[in-house]
Ligand binder design. Sequence first.
Ligand code: GLA
Length: 388
Amino acid sequence: MNLDKLTDTFFQLYGKPEDKPRCFFAPGRVNLIGEHTDYNGGFVLPCAIQHGTYLLIRPCADRMVRLASTNMEFRAEIPLSDLSKKVERQWVNYPLGIFDQFRKLNVSFAGFDMLYSGNIPNGAGLSSSASIEMVTAYALTVLLNATQLEMIDLVRMSQRAENEFIGLNCGIMDMFAIGMGQKDHALFLNCLTLEYKKVPFILNGFKLIIGNTNKQRGLADSKYNERVAECQLAVTYLSETLSISKLGEISFMQFYKMQDEIPDEVVRRRARHVISENQRVLNSVSSLLKNDILQFGALMNASHESLRENYEVTGIELDTMVDEARKINGVVGARMTGAGFGGCTVSIVREDVVEKFIEQVGREYQAKTGLNAEFYIAEVSDGVREII
Ligand code: GLA
């Protein structure tokens, strides 16, 4: 990212070059394993990546918030009194959701000039929206000197912004990874208690490759909320016998014994995914701590199978890319990552076959789906921060 150029754009938009903006950055995230477990109070294992969102921001006194982005044409100039109104289908709703949270905390301010610039591929399931939310929340906290707010508060605020303002009933994983991320570490998070551990994630001789299917996620949000509801229904059935409020609270052995208490076959499969995926996260952490990358790869593969068969959130594009990845000798594991229905895959690839991987998976994927894939070599990075 060329920050001088971005600063020039800022001054072209907002003038007053004597008054310099401050610069903040929030990464995107990739989830290694533990998919669709977060809103079920389960375990996840994401990490922050090098791609992310930059924000140049400067306080102003005229009771206006001005929002622009180098990625999107739509810009907004909103009086403080209108900050809680949603704008029809525009990226500015992500910052507005955060302003709405600050308003609810009664934190007062006089206005801001803001310019965003991101390099996370849009709609690819690498959390570009949570990245915008977190960079906004962090920047406002610093500029407004809201020292009572800790990182976990900003994480919760961003999740509430999605749930209450955007209307997506997402879990806490994305914001958490973006807030707490640390270079060369994955975050092993218990979404029920929010306890977490940093697990070293250094792939000697291997690379973590993100494959973008470039299939737009289309109806993803409504399907996502549908899965959330199906899991709640599973809890309703199971809690006739057990006192639980989330699927993450029961072990696979417990589920295995009592799965017939869920009469609906589809709902039973949804629960089976969540509960087995939870166990896979625990096993993955053990594998990584032992540096057993082959075992970890096998768990990634099993995760994808369950997401395909039990949770039904993969689709032809993700399945094709994963199948093609696994055909290459030197790929130890491949799976979809994020919400699914399109978006990205993640694969662990031996260093000497990375080039072959990108060429062959790209070619075969194109031949089978008609879409051009893109690949990024992930660097596991730090969380949200100010760039000085
Ligand atoms: C999206 C949501 C997350 C999580 C994943 C699936 O990324 O934002 O909270 O539920 O899907 O694991």
